[in-house]
Design a protein around this ligand. Structure first.
Ligand code: ATP
Ligand code: MG
Length: 394
């Protein structure tokens, strides 16, 4: 018997026309996620089978629980013999290491020509277990131990446990988006949720040295590193925002600082998105959270771009966002106390219902186009998650 991991795709199979495309990308993503392990991967329409020569099954499963598109993971055994007595003996052998009082055998036949039907296989194997293992009973309603048998064309799979996968679509199947990534709690969660829907992300970070520190930047790189565990390597585009922010601060009425600053961020993000062939912007805005996230503010800020903006946490409460951040391991990094470029130029009374005409009028006070072009021209790109110091090895 060989130990084997079986992966089920779930939601993918509803996309009938694209199924081969989805499976190919999932297969690539699984290969990348397991690149540090010695494995062989075989796939067919419904499943993927992973064999490992180095026995790191727990680590492999831990990696697979972070790959979007996987709905179920089973660690089991492959038997190259379909004789029912041999199956029974092997099941009993495997169960000797597990303690349980009640059980149920669940059989599936993908090969319908097998001489016994599913019910008969379950009954026979159940009989073997009752005869060979002391003090156990069948309970079909609430068994302590489920025993799965799959009869396939040339072999049989035996497994005892199903591990829930992370779900969603394989990252990359829906194209690319640009995530506006700050050091806060919301934007990494937004990036995770976008990846879950199959969007490959690159990220954009606005820094304002010397008003923001290297620590603040490293925090963002670490957040990108954590996100890369789910979506593979991630590029971080770093834009120096200092000149633009200082110009805004010097020339524009302070109640409009944030509105105009965010309009500038959107303009720059749109330019970078076009350059990298991203179809959407993604950010961590949440309705009502701060003055710049009222509906009227969002309308006035969004006006500078025609690219769609996805706001995955728009309707989440802060506590709901925090729950996801904890689950995906970004929370502890997000709450490190390094200042962000938005927090240092915050006015006492930001406008809650900004007017578009005023924005347009105030923006004439600065030569923002050349400042934006300069910032875009000089921007830095850092790749996270492939062979550099941010690579996540486990
Ligand atoms: P918090 O979790 O504290 O709310 P935040 O990052 O969400 O932090 P906001 O001021 O609410 O901060 O900003 C809204 C969104 O704008 C962010 O989620 C992020 O997508 C984007 N953003 C803000 N600041 C930056 C920045 N310095 N670089 C890139 N994107 C930013
Ligand atoms: Mg926020």
């Amino acid at each position: 018997m060989e130990k084997i991991i079986i992966i089920k795709y779930g939601e993918l199979t509803t996309k009938k026309d694209n199924i081969n495309y989805f499976i190919r990308i999932l297969n690539d993503n699984v290969k990348k996620a397991l690149s540090l392990f010695n494995v062989s991967i075989v796939y067919d329409k419904g499943r993927m089978f992973i064999e490992s020569n180095d026995g790191n099954f727990d680590q492999i499963v831990s990696k697979l629980t972070k790959v979007f598109g996987i709905h179920e993971i089973m660690v089991g055994y492959k038997l190259n013999n379909r004789n029912i007595d041999i199956i029974g003996n092997n099941v009993v052998d495997l169960l000797k290491n597990i303690s349980f009082d009640t059980f149920k055998v669940i059989t599936k036949r993908s090969d319908k020509t097998y001489e016994l039907d599913s019910m008969e296989v379950s009954r026979k194997i159940g009989g073997y277990i009752l005869k060979n293992i002391k003090d156990v009973k069948v309970d079909v309603h609430q068994p302590e131990q489920e025993i799965y048998i799959e009869i396939r064309k040339n072999d049989v799979y035996i497994y005892f446990e199903k591990i829930k996968g992370i779900g969603g679509y394989p990252v990359g199947t829906l194209g690319k988006g640009l995530l506006m990534l700050s050091g806060g709690i919301d934007s990494p969660v937004a990036g995770y949720l976008a990846m879950k829907r199959g969007i490959k992300i690159e990220t954009l970070y606005f820094e304002s040295p010397p008003h923001t520190s290297l620590n603040a930047k490293n925090k963002v790189l670490e957040l990108a590193n954590i996100l890369s565990r789910y979506g593979g390597s991630i590029k971080v585009h770093v834009i120096n925002f200092t000149n633009i922010q200082e110009e805004i601060y010097k020339n524009i009425p302070h109640e409009y600082l944030i509105t105009i600053m965010r309009r500038m961020m959107y303009r720059i993000s749109t330019k970078i998105a076009h350059r990298i062939n991203a179809h959407v912007l993604i950010n961590g805005e949440s309705v009502g959270q701060v003055a710049s996230q009222t509906l009227t503010s969002m309308e006035v800020i969004n006006e500078v771009t025609t690219i769609p903006v996805i706001r995955p946490v728009a309707c989440f409460d802060k506590l709901e966002i925090i729950d996801v951040a904890k689950k995906i391991d970004t929370y502890e990094t997000s709450i490190l106390p390094y200042e962000d470029c938005c927090t240092i130029f915050v006015p006492d009374h930001p406008v809650i219902n900004p007017q578009l005409e005023k924005c347009v009028e105030y923006e004439k006070l600065i030569d923002y186009e050349s400042l934006i072009n300069e910032a875009v021209k000089n921007h830095e790109v850092i790749k996270i998650g492939e062979g550099n110091k941010y690579q996540d090895l486990l």
